[in-house]
Each structure stands twice: as C-alpha cells, then as structure tokens.
Design a protein around this ligand. Sequence first.
Ligand SMILES: [Zn+2]
Length: 142
Amino acid sequence: MDCFFCREDGGDVLWQDDSLRVVLADEHDYPGLCRVIWNAHAAEFSDLSAGERDRVMKAVYGVERAIRRVMQPAKVNLASLGNQVPHVHWHVIPRYSNDAHFPLPIWAPRQRTVSEVMLSSRRAQATLLREAVRQEIEQALG
Ligand SMILES: [Zn+2]
C-alpha cells in the first residue's frame, strides 16, 4: 500500500507528538489551511479508539482556535474526506467571503480570482500560526 500521509508529512509540520501532527498545507489559494493528521495509518475515523478520536477532535479544536486568532477568517471549515488519501486527517480551513470558492467548499468550482497581494498578506499572517497552534493545542490536549 502506498499512502501519501504514511510516506510524507503532508506540509510544514507546526506541531507533533507520538499520535498526531498538525501541518500547514502548501495550498496557493488557501494560506493558513492546516491539517490534523493521525500519525498511524487508519482509513476511517471509526477505526480509532474512543480516546484516540477524542484526541483528534481536541487537536482540531485547538487548531481552529489558533486559525481564528491569527487568520481572523469570516468562517472556519472543518472537513474530513479522505477519498484521495484514505488516512485519517482533518482539514481546518480559514474562509473569507472573497476567497477563491466562497461560499462553496474549497473543492468546488472556482468562483473568482483572488489578488496575489491579498494572498501574500494572508501568507504573512500564517507565519504566526506555528506559535498559536502550539499554545492552543497544548491547552486543548491538556
Ligand atoms: Zn497512511
């Protein structure tokens, strides 16, 4: 089996422990998009134990808080699909009314072009995520 998230980090690792990692994705249109990735291979959320599921959701909660604080989005989207990479992971996505797909999901057809100036400004904001994610996730996981 060749699984992308078993083989690669899947982005710039902002925080990790033995069970999971938080990465900042390299998504041109979505600066600040983070993924919470379970380290061990599991295809479905229900393959995890109750304690493991709880740990994943606490981490997602912490990352959402960090994204709200740093990126100040209009909305945060939480998504777990795994159709292309069937390895438990959650997308935590800052959304803005003028982003490329709003109000549709980021995987829907593009709605508009976003200025590079705006994207680089959001990319600059996203550099503050590492510290915010560390603070929020350590608080969330206790
Ligand atoms: Zn895997």
